[in-house]
Design a protein around this ligand. Structure first.
Ligand code: ADP
Length: 539
């Protein structure tokens, strides 16, 4: 075979050749911005040339601090095509974490959305490596105290649109993304060109997400989270129409885009899909979702009850995806395998709540505390370990790598069982498990059961300290709009009592207005654990 490098530039070149007129739509404050892959090619080329003019060279890091927009998309291509590394910065990190990751990455230039400039302005004196800021706007009058700030459109209009990709080794870095900090400082994951290309080739397979040329793809997942789940590169690779959510997308904006742009495939975390359902119920508005062939939901467990509601109320398949920043991010996707065609509808629904089967190209192990392999019997739980061409082999310049990458395996920290057909069932993250009297209780299993109660919108189960049992589960529950003020603790507990051993049943239920969310929209159990640190049952 030819020794042929796999490079991100190939995605852009293919879209430009085979789908030059396919649309890329961005939601704006008033209306939408529309252009094509041919425009993307020209403008990404201008951006590469403009960045080169600012001194960016092979291997340099270029940060982005923005929403999902066409300018951010341009950076997704312009930066790797010129051999530099795109560092997608999570706009919701704390000030100290932002300073830490920008300095740690050594970003030379940062592209900033205008409405986010105010976040970086006070931090600028602490950013050691940044030489230029580029404000992603055409507003000539936009004022900022960021030093050495350039207007994006000015820079592009002064730059050549000649496309001149750098021929690189496929193992060269193309992207850099930090995990959102749950404990300690965020950790950086470097994506190679090869890893990104192989990840998209895998993701586009029909047994996985199956990106196709006919798709209209709406990523709700932010471009700064976990390589946007690969959707930017996979959608471009196949030449699909892309719809970008713009500044602060809310459920109304999401519903409007699905309806008006005839979206066929959308991707986002379960909290978004809960918020969309809640919005539809509260507003009483109706939208046409009939174009949607499926929604990929991942990042945290999708309750079966939600999969059921989407099917029954909206006629939409919510499909479970599982992965992490360290895996570019996709590990598995939940499609029904042919050997299971005969199972009942109830069993199919149950299975849809699992995280699906590992994608081709990866290797997986399930191990106990001592590192011994456990059988895939659907019963025994252990930690999942992975290896493969789009799995990181360490954190970027980080001594903490040795705790997670051991003997060539990435230790995910996810506790799961695997059934004989290979379907993964995540029980919990190690740090979210409740250890009661030395026995593990899965918070996710309890949450999933509680959320199935018709009066519950969201539920998070956390460990609270206990004198005898060390830890006991506490259920933090958000009632839905009809049940607010009416739902009783016992109703919630009685609803799940026959599904678990008695010692699994939470000691108490607290009703709260909202579950705190992390910067990427997952339940922030750290905040709840802190809030209920001294909680005594029944108080
Ligand atoms: P962060 O660590 O900042 O939350 P990631 O997106 O990388 O960002 O998180 C990956 C973790 O999210 C996984 O290790 C797993 O614990 C959890 N996760 C991702 N997808 C799912 C899913 N479908 N079901 C359950 N947990 C999931």
């Amino acid at each position: 075979m030819m020794d042929y490098p796999l490079l991100v530039s190939q995605f852009l070149e293919r879209a430009n050749t085979f789908s030059p007129n396919k649309e890329i739509v961005t939601r704006e404050a008033t209306g939408t911005h529309r252009y094509t892959y041919a425009d993307l090619m020209l403008r990404a080329s201008r951006l590469s040339n403009a960045l080169a003019g600012l001194g960016v060279g092979v291997g340099d890091r270029v940060g982005t601090f923005g929403w999902n927009t066409y300018r951010h998309l341009e950076a997704y291509f312009a930066v790797p095509v010129m051999g530099a590394v795109i560092h997608t910065i999570n706009i919701r990190l704390s000030a100290d974490d932002l300073v830490y990751i920008i300095n740690h990455a050594g970003d030379k230039v940062i592209l900033v959305d205008p409405d986010l400039a105010a976040i970086l302005e006070p931090l600028a004196p602490r950013l050691e490596s940044v030489k230029h800021f580029i404000i992603m706007t055409d507003d000539q009058n936009f004022a900022t105290s960021l030093p050495s700030a350039h207007n994006y459109e000015d820079l592009l209009s002064g730059a050549s649109d000649v496309y001149s990709p750098i021929k690189l080794d496929e193992n060269s870095p193309a992207g850099l993304c930090y995990t959102s900090a749950t404990t300690g400082r965020p950790k950086g994951v470097v994506y190679s060109h090869r890893g990104l290309v192989l990840h998209s080739m895998m993701e586009a397979q029909v047994d996985i997400v199956g990106f196709r040329e006919r798709d209209v793809v709406l990523a709700i997942v932010p471009m700064f989270h976990a390589n946007c789940w690969g959707s930017v590169y996979s959608a471009t690779m196949v030449g699909a129409k892309q719809v970008l959510t713009g500044v602060r997308p809310d459920p109304e904006a999401i519903c409007t885009l699905i309806d008006s742009e005839k979206v066929t495939l959308s991707l986002g975390v379960p909290t978004i899909w809960t918020a969309v359902l809640d919005y539809l119920e509260r507003s009483g508005k109706t939208y046409d979702f009939s174009s949607l062939r499926e929604i990929a939901s991942g990042g945290s467990a999708v309750p079966i009850s939600m999969i059921q509601k989407y099917k029954e109320k909206l006629g939409v398949d919510l499909v479970h995806a599982y992965g992490m920043t360290e895996a570019t991010p996709l590990i598995s996707y939940n499609r029904l395998r042919s050997q299971l065609d005969g199972i009942s509808e109830g069993e199919k629904l149950q299975l849809a709540g699992s995280q699906g089967v590992m994608a081709p190209g990866l290797e997986m192990r399930l191990v106990d505390d001592e590192g011994n392999d456990l059988p895939w019997d659907g019963e025994q739980r252990g930690e999942l370990l992975f290896k493969g061409p789009w799995i990181a082999d360490g954190y970027y310049n980080d001594s903490r790598s040795d705790e997670t990458f051991i003997d060539g395996w990435y230790h995910s920290g996810d506790i799961a069982s695997v059934d004989p057909n290979g379907y993964i069932q995540i029980g919990d993250r190690v740090k979210d498990m409740v250890k009661s009297g030395g026995e593990w209780i899965s918070s996710v299993d309890l949450e999933t059961a509680i959320i199935a109660h018709p009066g519950v919108l969201e539920a998070a189960v956390i460990a609270i300290p206990h004198d005898t049992w060390v830890e006991r589960p506490l259920a933090c529950v958000v009632a839905n709009v009809e049940s607010q003020g009416k739902l009783q603790k016992d109703e919630v507990l009685d609803f799940i009592r026959d599904k678990f051993a008695s010692w699994w049943i939470p000691d108490d239920v607290v009703f709260i207005d909202e579950i705190p969310k992390t910067s990427v929209g997952k339940f922030d159990k750290k905040v709840l654990r802190e809030r209920y640190r001294d909680y005594k049952s029944g108080s």
